[in-house]
Ligand binder design. Structure first.
Ligand code: EPZ
Length: 432
């Protein structure tokens, strides 16, 4: 299994480009199921989760043309199957997003229940409840969600929790339903807005995306469209934290700093000098050590849970004591054990990490557990003495395009190695 080796001690300097947002690209690609015409999507990041999505849609019969810049033309005119199998859904929970579109356009769908994952049980009850309110008959049998509906009808749906993919699934289903649907307590994330903009370009009638109340007036059919995916605000935040914790000076282009305001404000509080433009952001730490900050995750526009692990690392080497409270997922601190093994001084109190900053961390063999936690271990390696060897980096490849290339462009010493056998076995194999 591949590993990443990070050698600490360099201040990151330079400029890199931000990729398209994974969590916008996934629902937008899946929205192609809603029409028999071509949907052309540009600025798609080159990630394993995207490959999985293309494989899943391909299984359903969607045809693709993908160019070298990852512009994807999707053609869902001839679907051959309406079943999303367990072996694909288990690798990517966002596969649940095919349920709403298939139900809306074809009146039936069979999707494997996405099991839990490292960061929590992550049920899909709100997706199911909303579709039932729109007239779907749903049975859960043998681990599969079996759904049918002659034609979905509009409904007023209150989401107990402002679920991101729950909002996206129901919004897509409502575009072809009979009548008007109102989603209350909807997720306000920029990725929901990006999906809505793509659906509107396809002829959907949607108002209020980005607010807590989204109104969708169903139409008979949707047409093809062209759509460019927004920049990834979490990738943006991740590289800004990497610059801040290494005392560096980094500029990100093709960014949307207006979508990362809560993170940028926290970095300024930590002592970073941050300037922003319409499509760029520049962070200069002027060689200073960051100051500790207190962070509490919550749905957008509050501080994002996907940036929580990165700020645990920042606080680990900052001056002072900072706290990080996770309110979205019930088990999203597995990176803490790995950071403690690198010398971080972290005490857990319920869903809050109390972090006393130390000057430096110590390199160590560590293990990635989920997508964002694994990226934070690479960041920790930047400010650790000697080498940090990160195992299970398939988590990183799911959500960060060319992480080691981008960090290397900024001067980091990071390389990917195949997992050679243990030294003794290697010597024997070499006939030493
Ligand atoms: C999306 O996941 C993102 N994934 C996650 O990013 C992100 O962390 C999360 O939103 C929160 O911002 C994609 O967009 C593909 P939720 P999602 O439904 O939609 C509970 C990453 O790193 N809930 O907003 O699955 C749930 O258990 C990933 O890119 C229910 O109880 O998250 C959680 O506690 C990780 N019932 C809370 O709501 C439901 O039916 C928020 O989950 C749905 C959710």
């Amino acid at each position: 299994m591949n590993k990443l080796i990070v050698t600490g001690g360099t201040q990151l300097r330079g400029e890199i480009s931000v990729s398209g947002a994974k969590n916008a690209a996934l629902p937008v690609l899946i929205a192609s199921l809603l029409t028999s015409e071509i949907v052309r999507i540009s600025n798609v990041p080159h990630l394993n989760d995207i490959t999985t999505t293309l494989e899943l849609l391909g299984r359903l019969g969607v045809q693709f043309v993908v160019d070298e810049k990852m512009t994807i033309e999707a053609d869902a005119s001839e679907l051959t199957d309406l079943r999303a199998p367990y072996e694909l859904v288990k690798t990517m929970r966002a596969s649940i997003l095919v349920l709403g579109p298939m139900l809306a356009r074809f009146g039936q769908a069979e999707v494997s229940m996405p099991g839990g994952c490292a960061i929590g049980s992550r049920p899909v009850n709100l997706h199911i409840k909303g579709l039932q309110a729109m007239g779907a008959e749903i049975d859960i049998k043998d681990g599969y969600i079996k759904a049918r509906a002659k034609r979905l009808h509009g409904a007023r749906i209150f989401l107990d929790i402002s679920s991101v993919t729950g909002t996206e699934n129901l919004m897509m289903a409502a575009t072809l339903a009979q009548g008007t649907t109102v989603i209350e307590n909807a997720a306000r994330e920029p990725e929901v807005v990006d999906l809505a903009n793509c659906l509107i370009a396809m002829g959907a009638r949607i108002k209020g995306a980005g607010t807590a109340e989204i109104t969708i007036e169903g139409v008979e059919k949707l047409s093809g469209a062209e759509h460019r995916i927004i920049p990834d605000r979490i990738e943006t935040g991740t590289y800004l934290v990497a610059a801040a914790l290494s005392g560096g000076d980094v500029r990100l282009r093709n960014a949307r700093p207006d979508l990362a305001e809560s993170v940028i404000e926290k970095l300024r509080e930590a002592g970073a000098h941050v300037e922003t433009g319409p499509d760029w952001v520049h962070l200069d730490m002027k060689g200073e050590r960051p100051r500790s900050v207190n962070v509490r995750t919550a749905p957008y526009p509050a501080f994002p849970t996907d940036m929580q692990a990165q700020f645990v690392v920042l606080n680990s080497i900052a001056e002072g004591t900072g706290t990080v409270t996770e309110t979205v997922f019930e088990n999203r601190f597995m990176h803490v054990h790995e950071l403690q093994r690198m010398g971080a001084d972290i005490e857990m109190q319920g869903n809050t990490a109390i972090i006393r900053g130390v000057e430096k961390l110590r390199g160590a063999p560590v293990m990635a557990t989920d997508l964002r936690a694994s990226a934070c271990l690479a960041l920790a390696g930047l400010v650790a003495e000697s080498d940090t060897v990160i195992d299970r980096i398939y988590h990183i490849d799911r959500g960060y395009e060319c992480l080691e290339e981008k960090l290397s462009q900024l001067g980091a010493r990071i390389r990917r190695v195949a997992d050679y056998p243990a030294p003794a076995m290697r010597a024997a194999a070499a006939g030493d």
